[in-house]
Each structure stands twice: as C-alpha cells, then as structure tokens.
Design a protein around this ligand. Structure first.
Ligand SMILES: [Zn+2]
Length: 102
C-alpha cells in the first residue's frame, strides 16, 4: 500500500538527502486494527524522471508488526507506478514537452 507524504523538499533536495530525509512516523494500519507506530522495514530505490534529469531516490518501507502489511512512503511529487514526476504531465499539458515514451 502506498502512503503519499509531503516532505517539504523538491526532487533535487530529496535526492541529495537520500536516506537522510526527515521520514515521518506513521501510526495505524489500514489492514488491521493496530493503532501503534508502523515499523521501519528498510528502503527501496526507484527512478524519477523530470524534464531535465533522472534521479534514483530511496522510498521508505513501513511494516505493520501485527498483520505484516507493508507500506511505501512516497513523496507527493511522485506518481505511483510511474517514473515521471507530476511536473512532466504539467509540461505536456501546457505544451513545453511534446513527446514522452511510457
Ligand atoms: Zn496491520
């Protein structure tokens, strides 16, 4: 399951900070009645494509200690399951970018 979170930094800052970003503590599981803090379960790396660069960024994984459900904490400028950031789609919409290959 994906949790969208506002980190308060842009893509470049997030990529530079990497695992040093201020990751949130999330409470409560959406899959079971557990209301406590979800445990940190590591990171995975994913790519992000902007109009001018490509970044590899860490995504925090959380895990419910009761049911084992895992969560990805994604920055709000990422589109789940896509490597493109939201700005790319704005650029397409207003005509700055003409072609994107998905
Ligand atoms: Zn749970």
């Amino acid at each position: 399951m994906i949790i969208i979170y506002h980190f308060g930094v842009n893509i470049q800052q997030y990529a530079k900070l990497g695992r040093g970003n201020l990751f949130p503590s999330i409470y409560g599981c959406k899959n079971c009645p557990y209301e406590g803090k979800l445990y940190r379960h590591g990171f995975y790396e994913r790519g992000v494509i902007t109009s001018s660069a490509y970044y590899r960024i860490p995504v925090l994984l959380l895990k419910c200690p009761v049911c084992g459900k895992t969560y990805s904490v994604m920055p709000d400028w990422l589109i789940p399951y896509f490597q493109y950031c939201y700005a790319i789609f704005v650029y397409i919409d207003i005509g700055i970018i003409k072609t994107v290959v998905f």
